[in-house]
Design a protein around this ligand. Structure first.
Ligand SMILES: CCC(=O)SCCNC(=O)CCNC(=O)[C@H](O)C(C)(C)COP(=O)(O)OP(=O)(O)OC[C@H]1O[C@@H](n2cnc3c(N)ncnc32)[C@H](O)[C@@H]1OP(=O)(O)O
Ligand SMILES: O=C([O-])CC(=O)C(=O)O
Length: 375
């Protein structure tokens, strides 16, 4: 059983900043639970929509509730025309996370949250349409195509792949997207979720909370690490080259993206799951480079630094094998983590006090104002 990581020092590490009933991270036993369910159990057996329902509505749905929920989400997929027009104006070289942030913010002007009773409906709408925000912009800016933002896919993962590639995805790819969305859904007081909660604590609207959280997730020390991990692994032609270059990077004290964690000490429980699916996809496409390179980096990081892959590392190769462009990796994380963010916003609102910590002052002592001509 892994010991809890000893936490101290900067970055508010180790300090309890509030309460949550949504998930546990890094506790002995299961490394990650959503409302008491082991994430590995959910990834093996559930649909992402079930997990979204669990996080947003409090319990796993029964068959009828799930069918009704999936049917409702399907009806909410299309984008308002005004949002399509905004997306068409965003250039191809924009960062897709900025597109997501803008898309969310614009929707907040078109379909405002007028009171907190609307919070679940507004979240369901975001959940249903986020894949189209990403794909409408991507396909228009990169291929000049105005896609249909609806599809007959039952799942959010399948719908995303359908919009991206313009055709029905394979069963294997729908399955992997489902697992991926479950693994990324919720993670207690990580940086982006804490951002959402700080925003919620001022009694701001849901779109502001989610827009702020997207900004936090974008950075390479957080969600952006899956893209950065892809850029790392595709640099190498062989495991041998990867090891040689990695050792040089470690010598230079470079950060290796996709490794390490603020809370987990020995492993990230999500890693073994996505690693297994990445291997299946590697076999499907006949990959002989990316997966072995990833494994070589994984092994060397443990041998050299006792650092392990976090949820982001093998997501990189898994997404790549499904033909997903690297720049869309972190936006997929948004489509999933929205559920955790929103559930935390609901929780914060239900028992709110404005989040306003204190600072330790390190500046100069109090002094008299000096008139400008005397400076
Ligand atoms: C799935 C969603 C996620 O957000 S998971 C995190 C994704 N981010 C990354 O993969 C970025 C790379 N990793 C990191 O920058 C860190 O490990 C993160 C995740 C930010 C955690 O930081 P922190 O809590 O400060 O780490 P720590 O106290 O365990 O650091 C101890 C010493 O090890 C080093 N370290 C840590 N990670 C790496 C790494 N990936 N590559 C190289 N070195 C690493 C730290 O710099 C630290 O070294 P030192 O003690 O300061 O000399
Ligand atoms: O908890 C964290 O600090 C980062 C993380 O793994 C996540 O948000 O999924």
């Amino acid at each position: 059983m892994a010991e809890a990581k000893v936490l101290s020092g900067a970055g508010l590490r180790g300090q309890v900043a509030g309460q949550t009933a949504l998930s546990t991270v890094g506790q002995a036993g299961a490394g990650l639970t959503y409302r008491g369910y082991d994430v590995r159990d959910l990834a093996a057996n559930a649909l992402f929509e079930e997990v979204a329902y669990l996080l947003l509505y409090g319990e796993l749905p029964n068959k009828a509730q799930l069918a009704e929920y999936q049917a409702r989400l399907k009806t909410l997929r299309d984008l308002p025309q005004a949002l399509k027009e905004v997306l068409e104006r965003i250039p191809a070289n924009a960062h897709p996370m900025d597109v997501m942030r803008t898309g969310c913010s614009v929707l907040g002007t078109l379909e405002q949250e007028l009171n907190f009773d609307q919070q679940r409906d507004k979240t369901d709408r975001l959940l249903a349409l986020f894949p189209a925000v990403m794909c409408y912009w991507y396909r228009f800016s990169h291929h000049g195509v105005r896609i249909d933002c609806t599809s007959d896919e039952d799942t959010i993962g399948g719908h995303f792949l359908h919009l991206l590639h313009g055709k029905k995805p394979s069963e294997l790819h729908v399955k992997v997207m489902n697992v991926s969305l479950i693994l990324y859904a919720e993670h207690e007081f990580n940086a982006s979720t804490f951002t959402a909660r700080v925003c919620a604590s001022t009694l701001s609207d849901l779109y502001s909370c989610v827009t702020a959280a997207i900004g936090s997730l974008r950075g390479p020390l957080h969600g952006g690490a899956n893209e950065a991990a892809m850029e790392l692994i595709e640099r190498f032609q062989s495991p041998q080259e990867a090891v040689t270059e990695l050792l040089k990077m470690l010598e230079r004290k470079d950060k290796i993206m996709g490794f390490g964690h603020a809370i987990y000490k020995e492993s990230d429980p999500r890693n073994e799951v996505i690693k297994g699916w990445s291997k299946k996809l590697a076999d499907e496409v006949g990959d002989k480079v990316l997966y072995p390179v990833s494994e070589a980096i994984d092994k060397t990081m443990w041998e050299q630094k006792k650092l392990f892959p976090n949820a982001d590392f093998y997501h990189a190769s898994a997404y790549h094998f499904m033909g997903i462009p690297t720049k869309l990796f972190t936006p997929i994380f948004v489509c999933s983590r929205l559920t955790g963010w929103a559930a935390h916003v609901f929780e914060q609102r239900a028992n709110n006090r404005i989040i306003r910590p204190s600072a330790e002052y390190t500046g100069v002592e109090q002094r008299a104002y000096v008139p400008i001509e005397k400076r």
